[in-house]
Design a protein around this ligand. Structure first.
Ligand code: UD1
Length: 424
């Protein structure tokens, strides 16, 4: 397995371009299942999760030629005109939970789907009950056997659906299914993340009739069929936020090109409170950090609250800040695995259930550490950038799921970071 080795202490400076959003691209690529016509997407990031999605779609019968994208182009065309198989197997769903999103489009267009349940993962139980309740409300029959969910429906019918939690995945799955249902669907307490809005834009460009995406009530008026689309994916707000934090941590001077402040308000408010100096315009966010970083308290919440996907990175910043910070995680129950690795690097973090009490120590020291999930991995990279000496991170395959060429982008900004390939 590959490792990443970082010599810490280098100040980052220069420009870095944010890639297309992983979490927008995954459902949008999957939404191509709703039409037999070609769907072309730009700004598709080169990530392991996108390759898994392509594998998933080709397993269902999508015969699209992805060579240009595989060779490095950021444009990808998918055409689901030869779907013969309606099953998402365990090995793919277990690798990438978002694979479960095929169930909505498949049952809406073909009346059948068989999808493995995702099971647990490193950051908690993560059930799919809300996805299934929503599809049942639209008239699908749901059966669960041998670790698979089978959904069937002659024709979905619009319904009023209230989500007990504003789940991102459930909102996306139900929204996609409802585009081809008969009549009107209302999703109440819907997730409001920018990725939902981007998916709705892509679907509307295919001929869907969706209003209210990005608010907590989404209305979908069903249509008989959808057509092809040409859509550019939004920039990845979590990658952008990670670079902004990296720049602040290293007291750098970095322009994060493509970072959208309107998608990162909660982070930027917290960073301002912490004494991070930045300016923002239509091109991106520029961090120029001179002064001290102060401790601030952070609580993760559904969008527009502070994103759980930036909690680990923020913890690194707090680990070297002046004072004590309380970080509360409310979205996932087991998302502090990075804390014990950061402790190995000299951080002082005490865990109390869903709260982490982080006492700023000023300096971290390089150490061998192990990545446990996607966002924890990037947190360890950030810690390595600011630590004294060498940090060696193992299990970096997690990083490749969500960060496009991270070591290249950071090297370009002046970090001393290399990937050492290893046997699998
Ligand atoms: C998406 C993001 C992930 C991010 C998360 C929260 C993608 C591909 N992934 O994940 O990066 O961390 O949003 O912002 O977009 N839940 C239920 N029942 C359900 C569904 C969810 O109880 O049927 C719970 C989950 O266990 C979790 C919470 O709801 O505690 C939020 O999950 P959800 O918003 O669904 O996250 P994902 O869509 O899986």
């Amino acid at each position: 397995m590959d490792r990443i080795i970082i010599q810490g202490g280098k100040r980052l400076s220069g420009e870095v371009v944010v890639s297309g959003s992983k979490n927008a691209a995954l459902p949008i690529l999957i939404s191509s299942l709703l039409t037999p016509e070609p769907c072309t997407y730009q700004s598709v990031p080169h990530l392991a999760d996108i390759r898994t999605t392509i594998k998933l779609l080709s397993g269902l019968g999508d015969k699209s030629d992805n060579q240009r994208w595989l060779d490095g182009a950021d444009e990808l065309t998918l055409q689901a005109d030869q779907i013969r198989n309606f099953e998402a197997p365990y090995d793919l769903v277990k690798t990438m939970r978002a694979s479960f999103l095929v169930i909505g489009p498949l049952v809406a267009r073909f009346g059948q789907a068989r999808v493995s349940t995702p099971g647990g993962c490193a950051i908690g139980a993560r059930p799919v009950d809300l996805h299934l309740k929503g599809l049942e409300a639209l008239g699908a029959t749901i059966e669960q056997t041998h670790g698979y969910v089978e959904a069937t429906a002659a024709k979905l019918r619009g319904a009023k659906i209230y989500l007990d939690l504003p789940s991102v995945g459930a909102t996306e799955n139900i929204m996609m299914a409802a585009t081809l249902a008969e009549g009107t669907t209302l999703i109440e307490n819907a997730a409001k993340e920018p990725e939902i809005d981007d998916l709705a834009k892509a679907l509307n460009a295919m001929g869907a009739r969706i209003q209210g995406a990005g608010t907590d009530i989404i209305q979908i008026d069903g249509v008989d069929s959808l057509g092809g689309v040409n859509h550019r994916i939004i920039p990845d707000r979590i990658e952008a936020g990670s670079f902004v934090i990296a720049a602040a941590l290293t007291h750098g001077d970095v322009l994060v090109k493509g970072a959208r402040t309107d998608h990162l308000e909660a982070l930027m408010i917290k960073l301002k409170e912490a004494g991070v100096s930045f300016t923002a315009d239509g091109h991106g966010i520029r961090v120029r950090q001179n002064g001290k970083i102060k401790s601030v308290d952070v609580k993760t919440l559904p969008y527009p609250g502070f994103p759980t996907d930036l909690q680990a990175q923020m913890m690194v910043l707090m680990a070297v800040a002046d004072g004590v910070s309380v970080i509360t995680e409310t979205i996932f129950e087991n998302r502090f695995m990075h804390a014990q690795e950061l402790d190995r690097m000299g951080a002082q973090i005490k865990l109390e259930g869903s709260r982490a009490i982080v006492r700023g120590v000023g300096d971290l020291s390089g150490a061998p550490v192990m990545a446990s999930d996607l966002r924890a991995s990037v947190a360890l990279v950030l810690a390595g950038l600011v630590a004294n000496g060498t940090t060696e991170i193992s299990r970096v395959y997690h990083l490749d799921r969500g960060y496009e060429q991270i070591e290249k982008k950071l090297s370009y900004l002046g970090a001393q970071i290399v990937r050492v390939p290893g046997a699998n």
